[in-house]
Write a protein that binds this ligand. Structure first.
Ligand code: AMP
Length: 291
């Protein structure tokens, strides 16, 4: 066990597939006085994920990255089946970023026959993405709570790219008194501003060219706020036109309070501007915080 817990020192990465082995590994790591950093992902790793892993590597003694495309967070007709998967590639990327343990459970392991328990953070889960994806966050909070119980992390790392998810996880941790520190890290972007996402792979060349307009729209909101405009309805209307001009279907573009995710009339500090839009058949999200 000592060798395993010190895996990072000899640059070996362990791949664990069962809950029992993962719990055993974490328990022993903790007995040795190690802190554990958990980075939950759905795989198809990219620079956004890598930034989380590298930060966990800096902060903690054992870095666990989970790769699991969680079926309960996908609604009927969503992209669960076609979600990109490439474990070989992920294994190399995770190892290079300093991962000690790659946790890759199967569906049977996570949701055995007869599974019936779900966690739901009310209200926050019903806003923004929760309107068009009503079961999404219930699936997210359930899998993340399970991962916390399995991996027993000291710290866990999430991206601001999925701001609503991060806010909901923080609320769950606080409400359920879960003993873990949740760290939110900034959105990693492509050179043209598009937020890096596994789903960008779905975009055709033409769609990829217009996709950065979501980021440009967020920047435009900031620009208007900086020039003294604070009426959110006015700003959002103007910025929506920017997106619609590219023939992109907006799911929502909203200005909300960072804590409650409720709509705000005035744009000010701690207002989150959040957008979700369909570019062809691909639904992308992005957001920006007014500081
Ligand atoms: P996913 O694999 O899409 O479920 O994402 C796993 C974690 O990576 C989540 O905490 C995401 O918020 C985070 N993440 C995804 N894309 C980015 C990005 N572009 N920048 C920073 N974090 C990201």
């Amino acid at each position: 066990m000592h060798c395993e817990a010190s895996a990072s020192l000899i640059n070996r990465m362990k791949v664990i597939k069962t809950i029992e082995q993962m719990q055993f590994f974490s328990q022993h790591g903790k007995k040795l006085g190690k802190t554990i950093g958990l980075v939950p992902t759905m795989g198809y790793l990219h620079s956004g994920h890598i930034s989380l892993i590298k930060r966990a590597r800096k902060d903690t003694g054992i870095v666990v990255v989970s790769i699991y495309v969680n079926p309960t967070q996908f609604g009927p007709g969503e992209d669960y089946k076609r979600y990109p998967r490439d474990l070989e590639r992920d294994r190399e990327l995770a190892k290079a970023a300093g991962t000690d343990v790659l946790f890759v459970p199967s569906n049977k392991e996570i949701y055995p026959d007869g599974y019936s328990t779900y966690i739901m953070v009310e209200e926050l889960s019903e806003k923004l993405c929760g309107i068009s994806r009503p079961i999404h966050f219930r699936g997210v909070t359930t899998i993340v709570a399970k991962l916390f119980n399995i991996v027993k992390p000291t710290r866990t790392y999430f991206g601001w790219k999925d701001a609503q998810q991060l806010i909901i996880i923080k609320k769950m941790v606080s409400d359920l008194n879960i003993d873990v520190k949740v760290i939110g890290l900034p959105t990693v972007r492509e050179k043209d501003g598009l937020a890096v996402s596994s789903r960008n792979k779905y975009l055709t060349k033409k769609e990829r060219e217009i996709a950065p307009v979501l980021y440009q729209a967020l920047v435009q909101v900031k620009r208007m706020v900086n020039s003294g405009e604070s009426n959110s309805a006015k700003v959002l209307k103007e910025v929506k036109n920017l997106i619609k001009a590219k023939k992109i279907k907006i799911d929502y573009l909203k200005a909300v309070n960072l804590m409650s995710l409720k709509d705000v009339k005035k744009l000010k500090k701690k207002t989150l501007i959040a957008v979700a839009a369909w570019i062809g058949k691909t639904r992308l999200i992005d957001n920006m915080l007014i500081k």
